[in-house]
Design a binder for this molecule. Structure first.
Ligand code: ZN
Ligand code: ZN
Length: 350
């Protein structure tokens, strides 16, 4: 097999040839047809997250072992399966749910493998899709992609699922009042389309960039507000017909967390997804007084991915523009992503 391997944090990826993998038990071997290049792959290559205040979270200390084949947005075709994997249709294209847990802890048993404390996430704690072959432990992680192309389906495993899971957390209110989405980048545009497929009212979008606000309106937002405007909170509340019941913060900066808190209604929910960083800006007494829920959302669960893929094969999930590249281009693509030169999603097609 061919793969692009990370052998040292902070170093470029290296091309490797490895012996072909074999399968046993419930394992499934795929020929990788596409793998999305995600922004978090940049952090993995670097080896840490910037936590602000001069602190970093070091992945090596968190159990990430090198060499590692990155890639947590894989799609592929089944080329072999272990004797206990059951019947698998080898004529279909699949996308792989990558957020595998240990399988035996409380979280995993509750179907929340993405919250497992001993994760085996593909491309982070197990070899992922920057390769022409990928082994997964069980066929339950495979989902048919219908008439989507592998390059369209692959990014649903991370960026699509992340957006969907955040919206599921406020699903109870999106039909009563428009949800507020802060950040109109790729995830924001996907969120606008997903809200509609989930039967919600047209969302209110906030972004400081006028071009992104235009894109949000074109994607179907009911209005797009400049988050830097002095009266941004009043504008948001006017657009949601009063204090906002739900805000999804796809940026996760102090300014956006503050805007969300000031706009939120009593009993409302703020879901923070973005990892921009900084410190919490809210006065503690106002959290109980407003009875507000402030929660985080990280990728999504296996049942949520099943639901998302159902919508996707029905054509109800907006597709981001994708550009495909050869596997050997992985390092270049990462560098382009780092320089902000990638529009939509970059996908490797081994
Ligand atoms: Zn990702
Ligand atoms: Zn677990």
């Amino acid at each position: 097999m061919r793969c692009q391997s990370l052998t040292k944090f902070g170093n470029p990826l290296t091309a490797e040839e490895r012996p072909d993998m074999t399968v046993s038990g419930t394992e499934v071997l795929l020929k990788v047809t596409a793998n999305g290049v995600c922004h978090s792959d940049l952090h993995i290559r670097e080896g840490s997250y910037n936590l602000g205040h001069g602190q970093r979270m070091n992945f090596g200390e968190r159990g990430m072992k090198l060499p590692l084949v990155m890639g947590h947005e894989p799609a592929g075709r089944v080329i072999a399966a272990g004797p206990d994997a059951g019947d698998i249709d080898t004529s279909l294209d699949y996308v792989v749910y990558p957020w595998h847990g240990c399988g035996s802890c409380h979280q995993c048993k509750m179907g929340r493998e993405n919250y497992c404390a001993a994760p085996k996430f593909l491309g982070m704690f197990a070899d992922g899709g920057y390769a022409d072959m990928l082994k997964i432990p069980h066929p339950k992680y495979l989902f048919g992609i219908g008439s989507l192309t592998p390059a369209q389906a692959a990014p649903l495993a991370c960026s699509g699922l992340t957006t969907f899971s955040a919206l599921k957390k406020v699903e109870d209110t999106i039909k009563a009042a428009p949800v507020v989405i802060i950040g109109a980048g790729g995830l924001g545009l996907m969120a606008i389309g997903l809200v509609k497929s989930m039967g919600g009212l047209d969302p209110v979008v906030v972004d400081i960039d006028p071009e992104k606000r235009e894109a949000a309106l074109a994607a179907g937002a009911s209005c797009a507000i400049d988050g830097a405007a002095e009266d941004a909170v009043a504008q948001v509340q006017a657009a949601t017909g009063g204090p906002s019941l739900a805000v999804i913060d796809l940026v996760g900066a102090e300014a956006t967390a503050s805007l969300a808190f000031n706009a939120i209604a009593k009993g409302g929910k703020i879901v923070i997804v973005g990892l921009f960083g900084g410190a919490a800006p809210w006065p503690l007494p106002l959290i109980p007084v407003k009875a507000v829920t402030i929660m985080g959302s990280y990728v999504g669960s296996l049942p949520e991915f099943a639901e998302l893929m159902d919508l996707a094969v029905q054509g109800k999930v907006p597709m981001l523009p994708t550009a495909t590249h050869a596997l050997e281009e992985a390092e270049n693509v990462l560098n382009q992503l780092e320089e902000g030169k990638v529009i939509g999603r970059a996908v490797l097609t081994p």
